[in-house]
Design a protein around this ligand. Structure first.
Ligand code: MG
Length: 365
C-alpha cells in the first residue's frame, strides 16, 4: 500500500454573512489542502484554513517540499510521516505558522486515507470515547459588529436550538463598552446560560489585569485569548488574578507551547485546533497532555468542525466542541447537528471529503 500521488489545491469559499471580532473581519474562507491517493485510487482529503491570505505559500510548501517526501510511502504510518515532514527542509524556515499548517493539511489527509483503508470513521479509530455524538456551543451569535439587541436575539435563538452555551466577542477599543455589552447580554439571557467571552488577543497585560476582574460579576464560562498568544508568563499572571478560567489555543501551534500553557500558565481550557497544530497527530498529543493535567479540550472550529467532531467524540479530554455552522455544503457529508449535538457519521474517514461540484466551483488553484 503506497502513496501514488499528491494533489494540492486552494478553495476559496464565501462566508455567508459579514462578521468581525477585535482582530479580523471575514468575507472569504480559504482552504489550502491536499488529496493523497493510493495507486488503487483511494483518496485522503485534508486542508488547513485561512481568511484567504497565505494560501499560496502553504500550497507551495506542500508542492515543493512535502510531495516528494510522500510519494511511495505507506499512508498508514502517520506518526513516522509526521516526523519525516517536520524534520525536513521546512524545519529551518518554519516550525510553526505556514509550514506547520501545511503539515496539518497533509496529516489530516493521511488520517482520512488511513480511516478509509481500514473502513472506520476517525472517532472510532482514536478510541470512540463518546460513540457517535458530541455536544457543542455556538459562537455565531456573538460577533463584535452586532449591537446588543441583535446579540440577544441571535443568542437566544441558538439556545432555543439546544446549544449548551454561546460566546460573544469583546476586546473593542474601550473596555467599558465591553463590560456594558456583556452585562446587558447576561441580564437578557439570565444566569442559567453558559456565556463565554473572547478578546481575540487584543489586550496587553495591564489592560487584562485591570479589566478581567470587572467581568467576574457576569460569571463568564471562560475568558478567551486575552493576550498575545506567545505570552505564557502573562497568562500565568492573569490566571492568578481572576476567577474566570482562561481559554486559548487557536493561535498556539505546537505541542511544546501547549505544554507550557497547560502546565505552567494554568489555563482552564485548551482550544487546540488540528488545522493550526500540525494535524490530527499533534492534536492527539496535545489532548493527552491536557488529559494528564485534567484540563478540558474544547477545540476551535477552523476546520468547520469536520475533523473536530470526530476528535471531540473520540477523545476523553474533550467534553464539547465549538460550532460555527458555515460552509457545510462544501462537503460530501454535511454535519448533522440536532439540538446542538453533532451526530458524528460512521462513514469511513475524517469527514473531510469535499462535494465534487462544490469543490470545482470554489477551487482557485
Ligand atoms: Mg476565539
Amino acid at each position: 500500500m503506497k502513496i501514488a500521488s499528491v494533489e494540492s489545491f486552494i478553495v476559496h469559499a464565501p462566508i455567508p454573512r459579514f462578521v468581525a471580532d477585535s482582530f479580523n473581519t471575514a468575507t472569504t474562507w480559504g482552504l489550502p489542502g491536499v488529496i493523497v491517493r493510493t495507486k488503487d485510487g483511494v483518496e485522503g482529503w485534508g486542508y488547513t484554513s485561512t481568511l484567504s491570505f497565505g494560501d499560496r505559500a502553504i500550497k507551495s510548501i506542500i508542492d515543493d517540499i512535502y510531495t516528494p517526501l510522500l510519494i511511495g510511502e505507506n499512508p498508514m504510518d502517520t506518526q513516522r510521516l509526521w516526523e519525516k515532514l517536520y524534520w525536513s527542509d521546512s524545519h529551518w524556515v518554519g516550525r510553526s505558522g505556514i509550514a506547520h499548517m501545511a503539515i496539518a493539511a497533509v496529516d489530516i489527509a493521511l488520517w482520512d486515507l488511513k480511516c478509509k483503508l481500514l473502513g472506520q470513521p476517525l472517532y472510532k479509530l482514536i478510541g470512540g470515547h463518546k460513540p457517535g455524538a458530541i455536544k457543542s456551543y455556538n459562537t455565531d451569535g456573538g460577533w463584535l459588529n452586532f449591537g446588543v439587541p441583535r446579540l440577544v436575539d441571535e443568542m437566544q435563538a441558538l439556545l432555543e436550538q439546544g446549544y449548551v452555551g454561546v460566546k460573544m466577542k469583546i476586546g473593542g477599543p474601550d473596555p467599558r463598552v465591553d463590560v456594558a455589552r456583556v452585562g446587558a447580554v447576561r441580564k437578557a439571557l439570565g444566569d442559567n446560560v453558559d456565556l463565554m467571552i473572547d478578546v481575540n488577543q487584543k489586550w496587553d497585560r495591564t489592560t487584562a489585569l485591570g479589566w478581567a476582574p470587572r467581568f467576574e460579576e457576569f460569571a463568564p464560562g471562560w475568558l478567551e485569548e486575552p493576550l498575545d498568544p506567545d505570552d505564557v508568563e502573562g497568562h500565568a499572571l492573569l490566571a492568578k488574578a481572576t476567577r474566570i478560567p482562561i481559554a486559548l489555543g487557536e493561535h498556539v501551534y505546537t505541542r511544546t507551547q501547549f505544554r507550557e500553557f497547560i502546565g505552567r500558565a494554568g489555563i482552564g481550557y485548551a482550544q487546540v485546533d488540528c488545522t493550526r497544530v500540525a494535524g490530527i497527530t499533534e492534536w492527539l498529543a496535545v489532548a493527552e497532555i491536557a488529559l494528564a493535567h485534567h484540563v478540558p479540550v474544547v477545540p476551535h472550529h477552523a476546520d468547520m468542525m469536520r475533523v473536530h467532531q470526530h476528535l471531540g467524540a473520540g477523545h476523553a479530554a474533550s467534553p464539547m466542541i465549538e460550532c460555527i455552522p458555515w460552509l457545510q455544503e462544501l462537503f460530501q457529508e454535511p454535519a448533522d447537528i440536532r439540538n446542538g449535538v453533532f451526530n458524528v457519521p460512521d462513514t469511513p474517514g475524517a469527514s473531510t471529503t469535499f462535494d465534487r461540484p462544490m469543490f470545482e466551483k470554489h477551487r482557485v488553484a
